[in-house]
Write a new protein. Structure first.
Length: 177
């Protein structure tokens, strides 16, 4: 079985100019390593909070690198430079608002400001794009809230079959799939 390409896109002005270390992208990679039993390969990217650059990175990961999943971190808040959801909507053919709803509900149990987050998800061809918050501590919580649906979502759009470590995350698929 070939390794599935999974894009990890960090959106951060400060990390992109080297003012501090990107901790969001590595946190996503670590969490995916815990969750996934299937072979996969990370395709990391780091861009500033600029909508055209975010859109270009998402298109590149989906179209040129053939990623079945792209997970973003950063740029989902209400600040004027937080434009990851807008970039995601601009490149996706279909939006999946349930992802953002589930992540906000899970985060709201920990922090009342979770309602300020605007993360979303959508599809571009055979790629599922999921926005996560920028705080590394929220990455495991938000991925845990939505990952049970991700493998079947990727199945539905014609992507590769992803298997999870059932002790960490039990992916849902209808019987017989």
């Amino acid at each position: 079985m070939a390794a599935a390409a999974i894009g990890i896109l960090t959106v951060s002005d400060r990390a992109s100019r080297g003012a501090y270390e990107d901790r969001g992208g590595p946190a996503i990679a670590a969490e995916l390593a815990r969750i996934l039993a299937s072979p996969w390969q990370a395709v990391p990217r780091l861009v500033p909070d600029e909508q055209p650059l975010i859109e270009a990175a998402l298109r590149d990961l989906a179209d040129q690198h053939g990623c079945c999943l792209v997970v973003t971190t950063g740029g989902t808040g209400p600040a004027p430079r937080d434009v990851t959801p807008e970039a995601t909507e601009a490149v996706c053919e279909r939006m999946l608002p349930g992802f953002g709803e589930a992540m906000r509900a899970a985060s709201l149990r920990s922090v009342p400001t979770a309602i300020l987050s605007r993360q979303t998800a959508g599809t571009r061809g055979r790629c599922l794009i999921v926005n996560l918050p920028g705080k590394p501590a929220a990455i495991a919580e938000c991925l845990g809230a939505v990952f049970p649906a991700i493998p079947y979502g990727i199945d539905l759009i014609g992507g590769p079959r992803l298997e999870t470590n059932p002790g960490i995350c039990r992916a849902f698929r209808p019987a017989g799939t």
